[in-house]
Design a protein around this ligand. Structure first.
Ligand code: BTN
Length: 214
């Protein structure tokens, strides 16, 4: 399996988008720094140089591309397992693609695709960064802020890559056991959120995550 690491790049997701034709299935691209790291809705993804884990995995396998609705939540459960193995507690999964610890975001997942050709799973996990910008500092955390000690980003990357490959293999064969983990650690459970119902935004109480990941 191919792994590529950059000292700096615009975005690991963008790199894969521009090069997927020449890269094998499950290529992992990481970078110590991103000049244009982005999240959902094209929001900026903040990270100091060499302090956090930022990586993307390319999926070219057609059977898995079809399973894209399962992927964000399934990857979130890999992050939960990874953080648990570092003895971090109070982890929850915020549908559809964030991981929280103690009510603060520690990880974001960005799934991007090129129709029927590939999927790109981008993961940003806050590891050794202690200070975040004013806009996000109240709602953001990192492993060092929780554990008070540094963690090897290299080791984390390798462990997470293995966990993700294992989970993708399960998804390919329709094993949905990740849903149980999501349901048991659902950040939004019993919270009120706005949802679009008959084209109207209504305040609803979250009960659970459905079988189809909605
Ligand atoms: C989000 O919370 O909206 C998702 C954030 C995803 C950030 C990661 S960092 C690695 C990869 N490259 C990017 O530009 N974004 C993802």
């Amino acid at each position: 399996m191919k792994k590529i690491h950059f000292k700096t790049i615009n975005s690991t997701n963008t790199y894969i988008k521009e090069n997927y034709k020449d890269l094998p299935n499950f290529t992992c691209v990481s970078s110590a720094h991103q000049s244009q790291g982005h999240g959902r809705y094209n929001r900026n993804w903040e990270s100091n140089n060499n302090e956090n884990l930022m990586f993307s995995i390319l999926i070219k396998n057609k059977k898995l591309i079809e399973k894209f609705p399962s992927i964000s939540l399934a990857i979130a459960t890999c992050i939960l397992k990874l953080l648990t193995s570092y003895k971090i507690k109070n982890i929850s999964i915020k549908w559809p693609n964030d991981v929280y610890v103690n009510d603060k975001k520690i990880c974001g997942i960005l799934l991007e695709g090129i129709a029927n050709e590939c999927l790109i799973i981008g993961v940003g996990l806050n590891v050794n960064q202690t200070n975040f910008s004013k806009e996000i500092e109240d709602k953001t955390t990192s492993m060092i802020n929780i554990k008070n000690k540094k963690t090897s980003i290299f080791l984390l990357k390798n462990k997470l890559y293995k966990l993700i490959l294992k989970e993708l293999n399960k998804i390919e064969f329709d094993d949905k056991s990740y849903l149980e983990i999501v349901r048991n650690n659902n950040y939004l459970k019993d919270k009120e959120v706005f949802a679009s119902i008959n084209n109207k935004q209504e305040l609803v109480k979250v009960i659970d995550v459905n079988e189809d990941n909605s």
